[in-house]
Design a protein around this ligand. Structure first.
Ligand SMILES: Nc1ncnc2c1ncn2[C@@H]1O[C@H](COP(=O)(O)OP(=O)(O)OP(=O)(O)O)[C@@H](O)[C@H]1O
Ligand SMILES: [Mg+2]
Length: 347
């Protein structure tokens, strides 16, 4: 069984075709990981090396695969490029490209972090599945991927004919940076690299046959949002917010950004809404209540529904057993189903 040292040795022998240094010393290899026979790393090339990217990729693939004990090699190819400019989608429409074999792409976004986007994305994806759709989940949070934990994913995606194969669980096809590199490894992403990684997740993953691709966005209005909005013809975006004012101010900012670049807003969801005490049954509004519905009305976008603050929802997320898949008859699962139905009708 080889160790990381053996892999490093191989990488040190792979030279830049136009130079004398090897790709490791040139800092082109990041996040190298080797576990259970699977090697993964990010190969980063400057824009000017675009022409040699494929050859270098293949050389790494072939030479590392040849090591005894290596069963899988996953290489994410990224390249520096100019950061995308914020401009109306209309102008950049020619740049947009459909994802082959995918029906509708829906982004789940928020202004503020920690409002439950990933929880909502996973359970909504499962709800679409229950409604009979074939569904994929793209975890676009390359800094803090959550899909592996929320869905209890293990293993590494296979590469077949240079195409990344999504991992399948609970009937969903899933891809996440957390499947490529150790989620705890300190990977440093520069803005343009985030865009490039997401582009690869959109176009270099085998998503064929999907009716709906749900994209779980990182919080805010950064490179991931722009890449997605500018590259893919989005069916629309769902904004998740908690009910309190601070979260809603950020939700409005997010919403305005998507509006500026002409992305349809499918609606707002109020998460962590009412809390019903499991002991006495009394309803309390820990983070206030009704703010998202009021904001939706003010901004003239659909209000999609309220998801309660619920212990089972948090516990099932943490355990990797999402509620809609494991407790489909629960009240919360029914809420997700109703929201999914409304979104589907609006597509
Ligand atoms: N309705 C809910 N009831 C109880 N707990 C919830 C609810 N929604 C989300 N949570 C919990 O809140 C935490 C944050 O949720 P989640 O990771 O989905 O948020 P996020 O918006 O994706 O965060 P980030 O901005 O970091 O990506 C998690 O522990 C999750 O289990
Ligand atoms: Mg998240």
């Amino acid at each position: 069984m080889p160790d990381t040292k053996a892999i490093v040795k191989v990488l040190k022998k792979i030279k830049h075709p136009r130079g004398v240094k090897n790709i490791l010393d040139l800092g082109m290899v990041q996040g190298l990981k080797f576990a259970d026979g699977a090697v993964s790393f990010v190969l980063e090339l400057p824009e000017r090396d675009k022409d040699i990217a494929e050859d270098l990729f293949q050389e790494c693939q072939t030479k590392i695969s040849a090591l005894k004990g290596v069963e899988k090699v996953s290489i994410i190819l990224t390249s520096e490029r100019k950061p995308p400019k914020l401009e109306p989608a209309r102008k950049g429409i020619s740049e947009k490209r459909e994802i082959p074999g995918v029906g509708a792409v829906i982004a789940i976004a928020s202004g503020k972090g920690g409002v439950g986007k990933s929880t909502v994305a996973v359970n909504l994806a499962l709800a679409f599945k229950q409604l009979g759709a074939s569904v994929g989940l793209l975890d676009a949070d390359v800094y803090g991927p959550s899909a592996p934990k929320l869905l209890g994913l293990e293993g590494r995606p296979d590469l077949v004919d240079g195409q990344i194969q999504p991992i399948e669980k609970f009937g969903l096809k899933i891809i996440s940076m957390g499947l490529m590199v150790d989620p705890e490894a300190p990977l440093i992403w520069r803005g343009p690299m985030v865009g490039k990684a997401i582009e690869q997740f959109l176009y270099e993953v085998n998503w064929r046959g999907l009716d709906i691709l749900v994209v779980d966005m990182p919080p805010g209005t950064g490179d991931a949002q722009l890449t997605l909005a500018q590259k893919v013809p989005l069916a629309g975006v769902v904004i998740v917010s908690t009910p309190q004012d601070l979260a809603l101010i950020d939700a409005r900012k997010g919403l305005e950004m998507f509006r500026t670049i002409d992305i349809p807003i499918l609606g707002i969801i109020e998460n962590m809404s009412t809390f019903v005490c499991p002991h006495c049954g009394e309803a309390s509004h820990i983070f206030s209540h009704g703010g998202a519905a009021a904001t939706a009305k003010k901004l003239k976008v659909p209000f999609l529904g309220e998801i309660p603050l619920n212990m089972a929802l948090r516990e099932s997320s943490d355990a990797g057993t999402p509620l809609v898949a494991t407790m489909p008859d629960s009240e919360e699962a029914k809420i997700f189903l109703a929201i999914a139905k409304t979104i589907k009708q609006g597509l």
